[in-house]
Each structure stands twice: as C-alpha cells, then as structure tokens.
Ligand binder design. Structure first.
Ligand code: DWN
Length: 419
C-alpha cells in the first residue's frame, strides 16, 4: 500500500512473472499512476484521512498474450467488508443474466438432481432464476453484504473466497456441478491458475463452466481505459484464455460476444475438447489483428492521454461558460476516470447513483459527494458526465424528466461527446 510517503507495504505486491504462464515475459505498456481503490468509497468520517493508493500499471505477456496489471492488492481489502457493488441495481444486467440462465436450461437437461454453482454470486441476481425453476444452486461470494442479500432471496451462499483449496473441499464432499457460472470474477482473482484448476475440480466430467469476462479487444479499440482498476487483475483475449484453460484440462469450446460492460465474452468451457468455429474465428482474428503481440498495445497509452486532454478541455470549456456539471454512476470505472483524468470537485459538483449503499459517501481520490439520482432534478446541473457509460441507454431512459429540463449528457469513451 503506498501511503503518503509512497512506500509500498504488505497490502500489495508487485508481480515479477505472468499471472497465467508464470514466465518473466511481461512488458508494461500503460501507467495510470498510483490510484486509490476504485470501489473503496470514502465515508464522511474518512474525509480527512489519507487514502491508500497503489500503482496501476498494465503489462502484456509476450509468452501467453495475457494483459494484466502488475500490482496485486490484498483481496481482503478489495472485496471483504463494505464491498459496495450489488449486481441487482441494473435491470439490464438482471435481464441479461436471466436470458443466460434460460439459455443454459434449454441447452442442458437440468433437474432437481442437478447442481448449479456460481462463483462470485453477489446478491443472488443470477442463481435466483434457477431457484425459481426448482434447480438446486450454491452461491460462493466473499463480500458480506451481497452474500447476505442473496440468502434473503433464497440463494444458499457460502461467504468465502473461491480458491483451489476451497474447491478441493467441495470436491471431497461430493459437491460437483453440472453448471458453474463465473461472471466478472475470473479477472479479479490473484491466483488465476488456482481459480481455474478449482473450476475443474468442482465441475462434473460432463459439466460446463459458463464464464463471462470483459473482452480485451473493445477495451483497446474503444479506449475503455477506465475499466482498468485494481479489482481487475487480468484483461482477456481469447488467445490468452485458450492457453489458461488448457493448462488445467479444460477446453474453451465456444465464445459468444456480449455488449454488456463495454464488450464482454461469454465462454463455454468443458473438460472435453470440442473446439467450435466461434473460438477458431476469434483466435484467427486476434492473430490477424496482432492481439498476440506487444505492437498492438504500444499506442494505447498515447490514445488514453489524448482522451484525457480532450475530456479535460471539454469540461473546462463548459465551466468557463458558467455551466454546472454533475456525474452519473459511482462506478469503479468512474473512479479510474476521474482520478486519471483529474476531474475533481472544481469540475463536478456531485455524482448520483441508484445504489443506496453508495449514497452519502464520496468518490475515491477526488472525494466528490455521491447522491441519489433525484439530485439531478433538484439541482438541475447543465451537464451530466456519464461515468457508467456501459449502462447509458438504461440510465438516460430513466432521466427523461432531467432531459426535458434541458439537461445534457457527456459520454467520455471512445471519445468525449455531448448527447
Ligand atoms: O467487474 C466489475 C463490474 C462488472 O462491475 C466489478 N468489479 C465492479 C463493477 O464495476 P463498475 O462499478 O464500474 O460497474 P457498473 O455496474 O458499470 O457500475 C454502474 C453503477 O451505476 C453502479 O454503481 C450502479 C449504478 N447504476 C445506477 O445508478 N442506475 C446503474 C444503473 C443501470 C442505473 O440505472
């Protein structure tokens, strides 16, 4: 942890080898500075206290192609107490997850003798759809609040980190799954290989792991640098994923591109090798476009710096015209955006968010107050910076009253624009 003196302490470690193939082939291509933890919102009582910051550098592994940050922050600090992220605050995500479950139920004959396990099951947002169909489930999540919320909606949840050792325990107890879900967690785990080998341990031999993760290609192509923060240790290409799963007797047999979270992939991973055309096509495209080589990433840093310059100019010009600006979405990506670009209370008056666990707190680093969305009607800012741009359609649809008052939104990526 870099305290005010900038020394690095035991609460984070800098990696020396690749998180996947464990070779020393890492080449750093982006430095986002030393930043506070994106989901560690600041309370009123903490406003005067120094905030821990950690280096946020991004590297490419020239051996297996995995893109990854080089600092590992202790997961107990990132995810255990007061973790504020609850999946159920997004209707789009709830609809997306229900469609995922119904698709799996149409692909596999699941019955009351089946078992579906979700890793990082959060507040039961996905597993509750299996419960509604009488299919046994088990959630596993280390965050106290979301795990308790899951139990309230009838999703039995183990409040723990999923590790290889935890998987061995479930395996030894005979708790093996027909389906394992793991959405937006594979990128979050410090022991990437242990997590994947754990999935193999709890998966039945004829089972399938259905894993969703942000996709590296749209991140680079659409300058989605704000999705880089300490919770996200890895940024996956199909090339890197294929090598990771094969190392543990699992095969990436199908990939489905998704628009959620700025561009993700749904991965269908099985103990049997039957690689389909969708995987072959992605591997060929990534090779043709160079995602398997450092050159593809070399200009990304300059493009990110360019976005910073143009966004700061846009916001500065609006303030110079006497305009007022707020922001929407106390999102983790929003913390990276405001702290890397340098967007403080001089530019943004407040941030709004529907998540009641975030309201009344302050954004990490810039300490901008977080309020409920009603504040847009009460305070009537001229502009709203869309920090949760991945849900822009859903959010703007809710804010017709604000737009009717003449309110405008600023979407920051892939290039800052007013809509
Ligand atoms: O990997 C992760 C991604 C998937 O979700 C987690 N590590 C953390 C989290 O990242 P994030 O905070 O950037 O994700 P979201 O879901 O894009 O954040 C959206 C924010 O906007 C949430 O705080 C909820 C809020 N929201 C809202 O206030 N009104 C969202 C919607 C859809 C709304 O209508």
């Amino acid at each position: 942890m870099s305290d005010q003196a900038g020394t690095v302490s035991r609460q984070s470690q800098t990696i020396r080898v690749c998180r996947s193939c464990e070779t020393s082939s890492l080449r750093t291509f982006l430095d986002l500075g030393s930043t506070p933890l994106a989901d560690r919102l600041v309370t009123q009582a903490e406003l005067q206290s120094p905030e821990p910051t950690f280096p946020l550098n991004v590297a490419f592994c020239q051996s297996c192609g995995l893109v990854q940050i080089t600092e590992t922050v202790d997961p107990e600090i990132l995810f255990a107490d007061n973790y504020p992220y609850y999946s159920s605050f997004s209707q789009a995500l709830l609809d997306h997850s229900k469609a995922n479950v119904l698709d799996i139920m149409s692909r596999r004959s699941l019955t009351s003798d089946s078992l579906v396990i979700e890793l990082a099951s959060n507040d039961g947002y996905l597993l509750k759809n299996y419960v509604a169909n009488g299919i046994p489930v088990l959630g596993i999540d280390p965050a106290d609040g979301p795990a308790a919320a899951a139990e309230k909606v009838g999703v039995p949840t183990l409040n723990a980190f999923f590790t290889r050792e935890f998987a061995q325990k479930l395996h030894d107890e005979g708790r093996r799954a027909d389906v394992v879900h793991a959405n937006n967690v594979l990128a979050h785990v410090a022991d990437t290989n242990g997590f994947v080998s754990g999935i193999r341990l709890i998966l039945k031999d004829n089972g399938v792991a259905v894993i969703e993760a942000p996709y590296l290609k749209p991140l680079i192509d659409h300058v989605e640098f704000d999705t880089i923060y300490h919770e996200h240790l890895c940024y996956f290409s199909v090339t890197a994923l294929d090598a990771l799963f094969r190392r543990h007797g699992l095969y990436l047999n199908e990939v489905k591109p998704l628009s959620i979270h700025g561009g993700s992939l749904r991965l269908y991973v099985e103990p049997q090798e039957r690689v389909g055309q969708s995987v072959k096509d992605h591997l060929a495209l990534e090779k043709a476009q160079g995602l398997d080589s450092l050159a593809y990433f070399q200009d990304f840093s300059a493009r990110v710096a360019g976005l910073r310059t143009s966004l700061l100019k846009l916001l500065g010009d609006l303030k110079a015209q006497g305009k007022t600006i707020a922001a929407y979405g106390a999102a983790a990506k929003g913390a990276t955006m405001i702290n890397y670009v340098g967007i403080g209370p001089d530019l943004i008056d407040f941030v709004v968010d529907r998540n009641v666990h975030k309201q009344g707190k302050f954004m990490p680093g810039q300490k901008i107050p977080i309020r409920a969305p009603d504040a847009l009607i009460e305070a009537r800012p001229d502009y709203v910076l869309m920090l949760a741009w991945n849900f822009a359609d859903e959010i703007i649809a809710q804010q017709q009253a604000y737009r009717a008052l003449g309110g405008r939104f600023i979407v920051p990526v892939p290039e800052p624009r007013i809509i």
